[in-house]
Design a protein around this ligand. Structure first.
Ligand SMILES: Nc1ncnc2c1ncn2[C@@H]1O[C@H](COP(=O)(O)OP(=O)(O)O)[C@@H](O)[C@H]1O
Ligand SMILES: O=C(CO)[C@@H](O)[C@H](O)COP(=O)(O)O
Length: 571
C-alpha cells in the first residue's frame, strides 16, 4: 500500500456529479465536478432532469450519468490527479431513484474495454429502461396509497419501513413500472438504487443495496431487518398474490449489504487500465446522498445538518427508533443501532430561486444574483412585523407539489396570523421583498416544528446547525435559519465543496483503515480537527427571537393545514 493513500468520494446528485479525494488525516486534497445541464448539453435536461407535467413524471437519462463518470475522471487525469494512490472508493447517490439493468448487464460490466468509453459499451444493451425516476417524481399516487392500505395506513407503514408512503420511494415506483412497462420489467435482470448503480460501475458487477439507502424504498422492514414480504409482493404484482412475481422481484433486488464499510471487491480493470487506479483499490457500498452527508463530520446528539441543495433537508442522528408518518427514519449508513432522522422538502432551492428572480425582476435586473434577496431577508423584521401589534406574515411557497406537508396543489399562499386569527392574503398584501424572509422563515419553521420530537424539554433547541449544499454559502440563509432554529452553539458551515462526497470519502477511508470492530465515529472522531473544516458563520439562539417563532407555531400549522386541505386559494 502506498505510504500516503487517498480515498475518493463521489456524489451523483440531481444536477451534478462531484468527486473529492481525502488523505488518511481527513485533509481534502482534490475536488472536481461535472454539471449535467452545462457540461453534457446534448441530453437536453434542465436542472438535471426531464419533466412530463401531464403524468407528473420527473426522470433522468442513465446514459448521462455514465458519460459524466468518464468525463469527471478524464478531467481529474488532465489536472494531473495521481490515481495510483487511491486505495478505496465510496459514493453517494440521490435517493430513491432506480436503475433497471438488462440480462446482459453483468457480463458487459465485467468485460469493459478501456479502449472504448463506458457510454459506448453500456448505453445500448445494459439497461432494460434508459431512464431513472427522479426523487421529484410524483406520478405514483395510486401506488403509494396501495402500499399504505396494505399495511394499515401511513403510520403503520412508517412503523415498518421508517417512512409513510411517498411518491418518490422506490417500492411505489417499481409497482408503477410493473404496471406501465411490463415488457421492460420482464427484461430487467437487476434493479439498483442510484447509489448501488454507481458502486456497480466501479466494481464491474452489480453491487448490493446499501443498508441505509434501502430504507428509502418503502420495501425494507426496519423492525425485522429484512425485506417486508408483504410489500415486496405488492411491488411485484398489483394483486400482491403472485408468488412467482414476488420471487422474481427478490432476485432483481438482490442482497442488502449490512456493513457500510464492506469491501465489495477490487476496482474494475476498466478504471485501473484507463486512469491508473491501482488494481488493489477497493470498492465500498455507496449510500444515499443524505445518509452520506451525516458522515461528513462527527455529528453529536442534538446537532442538525441543514442541506440546502436542490432539495432542502434537515438531518439528525438518533439512537431511538421512534418512527412517524411526519418524517423519515433510515438506518445509519455505518453504525448499527443508530438512525438518521430526515425531513425532505421538494420546494427548497428552486422555490428560493423563484423568489430571488421575482425580486430581481421587480427592479429591472434579470441576473441571478442573490444580493437583493439577501438584503431584503436580513432587513425585513422577524415575521415581517414592524411593530408588536402587526400580524405575522406567513408564506408557503410551493411551485411543485410538496412532500412536507403533503400538498397536492402547487401555489404560493400568504397569510396574516394574529393569535388565533388567520386570514389568507392577496399577493399585494406585502411587497415582493418581504417574501425573501418569509420563505426562509417558513422553511425553517417547518423544520423546527417537525424535528422537535428529537429534542427534549431540557434542551428544546439544537446544539449546532451545520449548513451544507449550494445554499450554505449564503449568509442571509444562515441568519434566518439561526433565528428560527436557535442552535445554542451557533450556525456553522462546512468548509468543503460537497459534504456528501466528503462523507463518502470518509466512509471509504474508515472501511480500509479501521481496526477490527472500530466504529466510524471512533476512527473519524480521533482524526478530526475542526480547524479549516467548519466555520462558525452566525450566532444561533437569540433570546426573544427564538421564543417569538415558538409563539407563532400553532398559527403556522393552522395556516398550513388550510393549504393541505385545499381550502386556501393561493396564487
Ligand atoms: N449563493 C447562493 N445562495 C443561495 N443558494 C445558492 C447559492 N449558490 C448556489 N445556491 C443553490 O444551490 C443549489 C444547488 O446546490 P447543490 O448542493 O449543488 O445541489 P444538488 O446536490 O441537489 O445538485 C441551487 O438550487 C442554487 O440555487
Ligand atoms: O429525495 C430526497 C431525499 O429523500 C432528496 O434529498 C434526494 O436525495 C436528492 O437530493 P439532492 O440532489 O437535492 O442533493
Amino acid at each position: 500500500m502506498t505510504t500516503d493513500p487517498l480515498y475518493l468520494g463521489l456524489d451523483l446528485s440531481t444536477q451534478q456529479l462531484k468527486v473529492l479525494a481525502v488523505r488518511s488525516n481527513l485533509e481534502t486534497v482534490f475536488e472536481e465536478a461535472v454539471s449535467f445541464d452545462t457540461d453534457l448539453p446534448s441530453y437536453g435536461v434542465r436542472k438535471g432532469v426531464f419533466v412530463n407535467d401531464k403524468d407528473h413524471e420527473v426522470y433522468a437519462p442513465v446514459a448521462m450519468w455514465i458519460e459524466a463518470l468518464d468525463l469527471i475522471l478524464q478531467r481529474m487525469k488532465s489536472r494531473g490527479f495521481d490515481f495510483s494512490r487511491v486505495m478505496g472508493i465510496s459514493g453517494a447517490g440521490q435517493q430513491h431513484g432506480s436503475v433497471y439493468w438488462a440480462k446482459d448487464a453483468e457480463s458487459i460490466l465485467s468485460t469493459l474495454s478501456p479502449d472504448k468509453s463506458l457510454l459506448e459499451q453500456l448505453s445500448l444493451t445494459a439497461f432494460s429502461w434508459e431512464f431513472s425516476p427522479n426523487w421529484q417524481d410524483h406520478s405514483t399516487s395510486s401506488q403509494l396509497h396501495a402500499f399504505e392500505d396494505l399495511i394499515g395506513g401511513p403510520e403503520a407503514l412508517a412503523k415498518a419501513t421508517g417512512s409513510s408512503g411517498h411518491h418518490r420511494f422506490t417500492g411505489p415506483q417499481i409497482l408503477r413500472f410493473v404496471q406501465l412497462r411490463p415488457d421492460a420489467y420482464a427484461a430487467t435482470s437487476r434493479i439498483s438504487l442510484v447509489s448501488s448503480f454507481l458502486a456497480s460501475l466501479f466494481l464491474g458487477k452489480i453491487a448490493p443495496l446499501d443498508i441505509s439507502d434501502v430504507c428509502g424504498m418503502n420495501l425494507y422492514n426496519m423492525e425485522t431487518h429484512s425485506w417486508d414480504d408483504r410489500l415486496i409482493s405488492l411491488a411485484a404484482s398489483p394483486s400482491g398474490t403472485d408468488a412467482a412475481a414476488t420471487a422474481a422481484l427478490y432476485d432483481k433486488l438482490g442482497p442488502v449489504e449490512p456493513d457500510g464499510g464492506k469491501h465489495l471487491g477490487r476496482i474494475s480493470p476498466y478504471f485501473s487500465q484507463k486512469y491508473g487506479f491501482p488494481p488493489s483499490c477497493t470498492i465500498m457500498p455507496s449510500t444515499g446522498d443524505n445518509p452520506s452527508t451525516i458522515l461528513a463530520l462527527p455529528l453529536q446528539p442534538h446537532d442538525a445538518i441543514v442541506s440546502l441543495g436542490t432539495s432542502t433537508t434537515i438531518l439528525m442522528s438518533t439512537e431511538h427508533y421512534h418512527p412517524s408518518a411526519a418524517y423519515h427514519l433510515f438506518n445509519h449508513p455505518t453504525t448499527p443501532g443508530l438512525y438518521m432522522f430526515m425531513l425532505c422538502y421538494k420546494n427548497g432551492g428552486l422555490a428560493r430561486e423563484n423568489i430571488r428572480d421575482a425580486i430581481n425582476a421587480a427592479t429591472g435586473a434579470h441576473d441571478h444574483s442573490w444580493a437583493l434577496f439577501n438584503k431584503a431577508a436580513v432587513e425585513t423584521p422577524v415575521l415581517g412585523r414592524k411593530s408588536a401589534t402587526d400580524p405575522a406574515k406567513i408564506g408557503f411557497y410551493f411551485p411543485l407539489p410538496e412532500i412536507v406537508p403533503h400538498v397536492k396543489k402547487p401555489g404560493t399562499y400568504r397569510f396574516h396570523v394574529d393569535g388565533t386569527s388567520i386570514s389568507e392574503q392577496q399577493p399585494t398584501a406585502w411587497p415582493a421583498t418581504a417574501d425573501a424572509r418569509a420563505i426562509l422563515e417558513s422553511q425553517a419553521l417547518s423544520m423546527r416544528i417537525r424535528s422537535a420530537p428529537l429534542l427534549d424539554e431540557k434542551a428544546p433547541h439544537p446544539r449546532r446547525i451545520y449548513l451544507v449544499g449550494g445554499g450554505s454559502k449564503n449568509p442571509a440563509f444562515a441568519k434566518v435559519l439561526g433565528d428560527v432554529l436557535g442552535g445554542y452553539d451557533g450556525v456553522y458551515k462546512l468548509d468543503v465543496g460537497n459534504a456528501c462526497a466528503l462523507g463518502a470519502a470518509y466512509k471509504a477511508l474508515w472501511a480500509v483503515e479501521r481496526n477490527p470492530g472500530e466504529t466510524f465515529e471512533t476512527l473519524i472522531g480521533k482524526r478530526w480537527n475542526e480547524e479549516g473544516k467548519v466555520e462558525k458563520v452566525m450566532e444561533g439562539y437569540k433570546e426573544g427571537v427564538w421564543e417569538a417563532y415558538g409563539e407563532i407555531a400553532e398559527g403556522y400549522l393552522q395556516a398550513e393545514a388550510r393549504v393541505v386541505r385545499g381550502e386556501a386559494k393561493g396564487q
